[in-house]
Design a protein around this ligand. Structure first.
Ligand code: NCD
Length: 320
């Protein structure tokens, strides 16, 4: 296994061989998760704390299930009822938890860069479960695993990422990962929802779905991130759906066997047609959720191995 990282803060810090190793290990966890008895002891005796400063359904439950299946003791910090509400800073909260000797800290935070800052202050491995508009590495890894299993490869694919690119950490992490694996990436969306400096990403940019989807192997839809918008980015949801909402008619421009993805939570009738989202012949949205647990198990397993090795070396007096 090639995985050198101490924390999982973003795709940016991962090399292609590390990504491949993680996905290979995740494949074995997919098999395990389909059995009746799903327990291993990779994290036995270790403590995992989940700190979610932003709403989450699938990511938080996925990390919790992943930790439990690896045998860790998992604690979900209830941020809404914590000292954070009394004005405690992120760093003070982190230092308090650090004093309880966790081994893995899973953090989601509304500010870009907050998770990396926190990682500098604690002694455990930190996993970024989404920081502002910056990165959401486990989402890109689970998307990659879904694509690799469906398409049989993770290179030379035409991947269209559609919708609210500007506010999406999912798009950013996917761009980085798919770029490292040498795929052709197209960004499709209204110019108001394209990030500044988009030309530097080295991908093709379209504001027309029919044109952008032509020949695509993978169509990745994004949620309109209204909570990150502070003005009028779209004329109306109806107009947006008309131009950018994925339905069978627009999908017909992509390859015949193109798969449809969405990280969830989705707004049916805004970015995607509900019937298409449920069409098991095209949509892999439920599979993405399944892959999410396996990818998070793989990520925590690999970080725990590195952590044990580092602590072992330190105990033996080797400077690390
Ligand atoms: C995404 C997120 O939180 O960034 N959701 C997720 O983790 N599955 C995307 C979103 O909120 O739209």
């Amino acid at each position: 296994m090639t995985f050198r990282a101490r924390h999982l803060l973003g795709i940016e810090q991962l090399a292609p061989d590390e990504i491949r190793s993680l996905l290979d290990l995740a494949d074995t966890y997919v098999d395990l998760n389909r059995r009746t008895i799903k327990r291993t002891d990779a994290l036995a005796g270790m403590t995992q704390i989940n700190m979610f400063f932003e709403a989450s359904t699938r990511t938080q439950s996925s990390f919790e299930i992943a930790g439990k299946r690896l045998g860790a003791d998992v604690m979900n910090m209830a941020v809404a009822h914590s000292s954070v509400k009394k004005g405690e800073t992120l760093i003070d909260t982190a230092l308090t938890l650090n004093a309880m000797h966790p081994d893995l800290l899973v953090v989601r935070h509304p500010n870009s860069g907050a998770v990396a800052l926190l990682a500098q202050k604690v002694n455990c491995a930190v996993l970024n479960a989404g920081d502002g508009k910056h990165e959401h590495p486990t989402q890109a890894l689970l998307d990659a695993l879904t694509i690799r299993r469906r398409k049989g490869r993770l290179q030379r694919l035409v991947v269209a990422i559609c919708g609210d690119i500007a506010h999406s950490r999912v798009a950013r992490s996917n761009l980085l990962l798919l770029g490292k694996m040498e795929n052709r990436i197209r960004l499709i969306g209204p110019p108001t929802l394209m990030p500044a400096g988009v030309a530097e990403f080295g991908c093709e940019v379209y504001d027309d779905m029919a044109e952008g989807l032509k020949g695509a192997d993978v169509v990745m839809m994004l949620r309109l991130q209204k909570e990150r918008m502070d003005g009028g980015f779209i004329p109306s949801e109806r107009e947006y759906y008309h131009r950018y909402g994925l339905d069978a008619e627009k999908l017909a421009h992509a390859k015949e066997d193109a798969i449809v993805m969405h990280p969830g939570p989705m707004n049916r009738g805004v970015e995607i047609d509900g019937t298409l989202a449920d069409d098991i012949n095209r949509s892999v949205i439920q599979e993405q959720v399944e892959m999410g647990v396996a990818v998070r198990m793989a990520a925590m397993d690999l970080l725990a191995r590195n952590l044990k090795a580092e602590r072992g070396a330190r105990a033996a007096g080797v400077v690390v």
